[in-house]
Design a protein around this ligand. Sequence first.
Ligand SMILES: O=c1ccn([C@H]2C[C@H](O)[C@@H](COP(=O)(O)O)O2)c(=O)[nH]1
Ligand SMILES: [Zn+2]
Length: 178
Amino acid sequence: MDNLTRLLESASLLDAHEHFMSFCLLAAQRSKDPCTQVGACVVDRQGNLIGSGYNGMPRGCHDDEFPWGKRSEDPLENKHLYVCHAELNAIANTTGTMNDCVIYVTLFPCNECAKLIIQNGISEVVYLSDKHAHKKSTVAAKAMFDSAGVKYWQFKSKKKITVEFEDLQDRVAPRIVL
Ligand SMILES: O=c1ccn([C@H]2C[C@H](O)[C@@H](COP(=O)(O)O)O2)c(=O)[nH]1
Ligand SMILES: [Zn+2]
């Protein structure tokens, strides 16, 4: 890539997919899960972000009372029985219809989230990581999406976005590093 192209591209805006997936990555930073932070957002066909969430304990269930580990032999001492998934929280935080909306999520949805996505009429899933692709929950989720006609595709980009708050005191836009 020559310098002029690089300059022009670095000055260009984020496209919609980059914008919403970046938003999910920022939302994921709020998660207290020490192993897998997940962010999700629901976007309507006009391009409006109408709900978002990240994986966390249910409202009123404090992190000091519930576990974040996953290695105990006792399932009651592991996070999985308690944690609300990012997609669940994004959907719960959305007001109004989700018919034909798109959900962006940093990790491919599990089977339980797939059911929620389908039952709420969401028609497209854009995901970043498929690190649980080998798990039965992911295989089941894909089978349900295929059957229900929910489109899903993996977001890929080589862009790097650096947000430096200090830097922003003098400039209005984050620096996009290519
Ligand atoms: O559809 C999903 C699947 C998982 N999550 C969350 C739930 C947990 O907090 C982590 C998974 O933990 P691992 O340590 O990778 O098993 O991801 C989600 O939000 N949405
Ligand atoms: Zn899930």
